[in-house]
Write a protein that binds this ligand. Structure first.
Ligand code: UGA
Length: 439
């Protein structure tokens, strides 16, 4: 099929590249000329394992092209995906202005009947708005073409996006008519061979599903983080509790890790957008308000723990491992590391931080002579008093604890992700502070 993807952010680029990989011809459009120029050179603007290979393979094969020209992008397209951002507005709601704008602009240049698929995460009712605006435009233009709108939210996880796209748990499709459902079923058939992963529904339910899923995920994390605080007070270990409770298949082991709070571009933004939608509809979601409060508080946890152990932090040096909001990405949006580093610096401490890929992003937002972004995990510990682990990158999983015990001035690890065996760390001569585990 011929496809156009409008908006070459994270979702747009992964979608375009993966759909080209199964033989479609995909034209990716973005009005950011710098980004398009980089992509044309084969330079991928985001760090996502495997993405560069898929982009290069399909660009070379002529199936994946990049342009800033909307007319060029949508001519010949049977399906147009809208994957532009929906940044939070001041009141926490998702701003869908760019979705509407992109849809209207795309429709001006179509040269056949098309299905316009909204992939961006949008509040319930947005596709109705897009549909009405597009129909009005087609009437004014006296266009001979028919445009049907569909909702197809994205469930990719950063760091495993290619695999998630190629082996989806589910493909949610919301349509107004059966013809567009049939077309989208055909488009997704390469991912749908062995099990039927496509869940068809009405458009509003499809829009809602995306928010509901992220709200449930965020709720699990905040509940675990709250239980972790209590576990510490009552002398239980949240890691044992997680194993015990998660063994119930109704609960499950996934996404049950206490830590430093959820970050990233999706959970925080989607939880506030859903809360806003709820308030606007006079149906406030009390539970979600708590989920957000717990998460904000959790981001201060490591700072509080370090302060309790070291006392006055001025003149201290703290090593920080991990800056990205999670491993395998360079994304630092809403990352707990930023909260910790800002608090440490404000308390007069010096910070030596290391992340395999996310340091440039942090350098751009925190400019402070007391923050050193260094080139290796060991380097971060040189001259440091204690070590704080914020992101569970694989390379941090088995450090040389005895070396750390010799190197740190006040040998202690604050393990924000509970990745270490407390007993072994202590045997190696370090104090150990996890989340929800006591000392
Ligand atoms: C999330 C969802 O997991 C995806 O299904 C969804 O498609 C995506 O948002 C989106 O809306 O686009 P993502 O933000 O990439 O994906 O990352 P997650 O793996 O969900 O992690 C989110 C945050 O929760 C991270 O800060 C992570 O460290 C934290 N987390 C995750 C925990 O603290 N505990 C856990 O058990 C799991």
């Amino acid at each position: 099929m011929n496809l156009a993807v409008i908006g070459v952010g994270y979702v747009g680029l992964v979608t375009g590249a993966c759909l080209a990989d199964v033989g479609n011809h995909v034209s990716c459009m973005d009005r950011d000329a710098g980004k398009i120029a980089r992509l044309e050179r084969g330079d991928i603007p985001i760090f996502e394992p495997g993405l560069d290979e898929v982009v290069r393979r399909n660009a070379t094969g002529g199936r994946l092209t990049f342009t800033t020209d909307m007319a060029r992008a949508v001519c010949d397209a049977d399906i147009i995906f809208i994957a532009v951002g929906t940044p939070p507005a001041e009141d926490g709601s998702a701003d869908v202005g760019r979705v509407l704008e992109a849809a209207m602009e795309a429709v001006r240049y179509i040269d056949r009947d098309v299905v316009l698929v909204v992939k961006s995460t949008v509040p319930v009712g947005t596709c109705d708005r897009v549909r009405d605006a597009v129909q009005a435009l087609l009437r004014t233009m006296r266009s001979p073409w028919k445009v049907t709108v569909a909702s197809n939210p994205e469930f990719l996880k950063e760091g495993s996006a290619i695999d998630d796209f190629q082996r989806p748990d589910r493909i949610v499709v919301g349509t107004y008519d059966t013809a567009s459902l049939t077309l989208l079923r055909a488009l997704y058939s390469p991912y749908n061979r062995n099990h039927d992963r496509l869940i068809a529904m009405d458009v509003r339910s499809s829009e809602f599903t995306k928010y509901a899923a992220n709200a449930m995920l965020a709720t699990r994390i905040s509940l675990m983080n709250e239980l972790a605080r209590l576990a510490e007070k009552v002398g239980a270990d949240i890691e044992e509790v997680r194993r015990g409770a998660g063994a119930d298949p109704r609960i499950g082991h996934h996404f049950l890790y206490a830590g430093v709070g959820y970050g990233g571009s999706c959970l925080p933004k989607d939880v506030s957008a859903l809360s806003r939608l709820a308030a606007d509809n006079d149906e406030p979601l009390d539970l979600l308000a708590g989920v957000q409060r717990v998460n904000e508080r959790q981001k201060h946890l490591l700072f509080e723990k370090v302060g309790k152990v070291l006392g006055d932090l001025s003149g201290r040096t703290i090593a920080v491992w991990g800056l990205a909001f999670k491993p395998n990405t360079d994304d630092i949006r809403d990352a707990p590391s930023l909260v910790l580093i800002r608090e440490l610096l404000a308390a007069g401490a010096r910070v030596r931080a290391y992340d395999p890929v996310a340091a440039p992003g942090v350098a751009a937002v925190i400019k402070d002579p007391d923050l050193a972004l260094v080139g290796s995990a060991r380097d971060a510990c040189l001259g440091a008093d204690v070590l704080v682990v914020v992101t569970e990158w694989r390379e941090f999983k088995s450090p040389d604890f005895r070396w750390l015990a010799k190197t740190l001035n006040q040998p202690a690890i604050f393990d924000g992700r509970n990745i270490y065996d407390a007993n072994y760390v202590q045997e190696c001569g370090l104090r150990y502070f996890g989340v929800g585990r006591g000392e």
